[in-house]
Design a protein around this ligand. Structure first.
Ligand SMILES: [Cu+2]
Length: 222
């Protein structure tokens, strides 16, 4: 191998390594945006609306399941990070567009940590979903440190389900509503506990372990 070739190979390998390093750093730093619900009048309840979709449909991971957050201005934002005031009632509405399956852990079918330890499914109160019957559970909305867990009942998998976010209510959907009170200031991890990362080890990789898809943070401010 001539010196010129060695030089060329070295330079090319170095360039490839440099590009790989930049891509990795951008990915690690790429935090999804924060939707702010703190600008309302002090002490008043805050309404937070999310949607859960079976496939995001575009961007770097079009096949991944994802949550989205609706901004107070009514725009759907691809994020799982939102900010709410401390010690207020948060009324959560989740529009689920995904199909469901039986839970591996039946405990996750139980509603907890919400007002009355209950939630509404299309306007009807429930405390538990038996995921072994009907359409099963699609995802959960869970804040482990606050004991909040709400299972999202699935849509019929044979229906013509929405495949690209943001989905609209013209597609089959289920509306899940519940309320809880925010604690003191801090950053509270929330996530789905259904291993819905299809094609990843035990279903827990990909969207389950990437901020902005199946988990994020509720930032509570003073
Ligand atoms: Cu999920």
């Amino acid at each position: 191998m001539s010196l010129a070739w060695k030089m060329t190979v070295t330079v090319v390998l170095f360039a490839v390594a440099a590009v790989a390093a930049v891509v990795l750093i951008v990915n690690l730093l790429g935090t999804p945006p924060t939707v702010d619900f703190t600008s309302g009048s002090q002490g008043q309840p805050v309404n937070v609306t999310l949607q859960a979709v079976g496939t995001y449909g575009s961007g770097s991971h079009p096949t991944w399941v994802s949550y989205l957050v609706e901004s107070p201005q009514g725009q759907w934002v691809h994020t799982t990070v939102f900010q709410v005031p401390q010690h207020v009632r948060v009324n959560v509405t989740i529009i689920n567009y995904d199909s469901g399956s039986p839970l591996r852990n039946q405990q996750l079918g139980q509603v907890s940590g919400t007002y009355g330890n209950a939630a509404l499914l299309n306007g009807k109160a429930f405390r538990v979903i038996d995921s072994n019957s009907g359409n099963g559970v699609a995802h959960t909305f869970s804040i482990p440190s606050l004991g909040v867990n709400v299972p999202l009942y699935g849509n019929n998998s044979n229906a013509n389900l929405c495949g690209a976010a943001p989905c609209t209510t013209s597609s089959p959907h289920k509306v899940i509503r519940f309320s809880f009170t925010t604690p003191g200031p801090g950053s509270y991890r929330w996530q789905c506990f259904v291993p819905c990362g299809l094609g990843f080890l035990y279903g827990n990789g990909g969207p389950m372990s990437t901020l902005g898809y199946m988990g994020g943070f509720m930032q509570v401010t003073a």
